[in-house]
Design a protein around this ligand. Sequence first.
Ligand code: SPD
Length: 279
Amino acid sequence: MSTEDDRWFTEAQTEGVCLGLRLGREILARKTPYQDLLLAETTELGKLLALDGRIMLTERDEAFYHEMLVHPALLGHINPRRVLVIGGGDGGTLREVLRHKEVEEAVLVEIDREVVQECRRFLGPVHRGSFDDPRAKIVFQPGQEFVSNARSEYDVIIVDSSDPVGPNLPLFGEPFFRDCREALREGGTFVCQCGSPFYYPEELKEVHRDLGSVFGYVEVYLGFVPTYPSGLWSFCLAGDQGVPRVPLREPLFSTKYYTPQVHRAAFALPRFVEELLSQ
Ligand code: SPD
């Protein structure tokens, strides 16, 4: 399908469905110790970051994902001072966390140093200097290892992982969720992305079930990310003292996708999602 002048990146979203993005200049393509890393210009969606052939972000729609991963958790917490981000080596999640003036420290734990290094260099509009913010601390370590050594330290834990395969697998499942619970302070909130409920219902179902066996409260909400499989994307919020489905404060910054109204509406689930969660 690709010729020299007409190159495409295609992600096989399922065995029978692909998404194709027409590429411009390739910025870099190489193997890191953990995964295949690709950074390229696309003709319509800005720069693309793909890991192991999966789209992590395009500049055009990354804010949709990062805002919806971060703001429901932070604006639903009464005073989020210390925040832990697991994964998210492109810096988009960290950027959104640091927009909250209550945040005094944000620790980002990324397994792959090269992802941070290359995103820092080529994806300025995504991280917008967040790696160098005095409130940010960057740690290169497997997220599950870092969390297993933390006790009652964080107000919010955000898991910005890829799909549950390869180096991301340990970030899904009960043992990791238990360690996250231990790492949270009283009244703390956990949030993670849970994939496409349309193509991968089992992923959401299992994360929801496993979080439910660890935390007192779990809530599912949805967002729209055009370049992720099916576009319809799910997230789970969890905590032991309830998880508010409404913002406790107004956001004091501009956004591309998130609004307090979207926040409230995101918890209204289509029938097929309600049904898969109740099975
Ligand atoms: N199907 C890929 C889902 C990836 C979710 N996380 C992306 C990381 C962007 N910060």
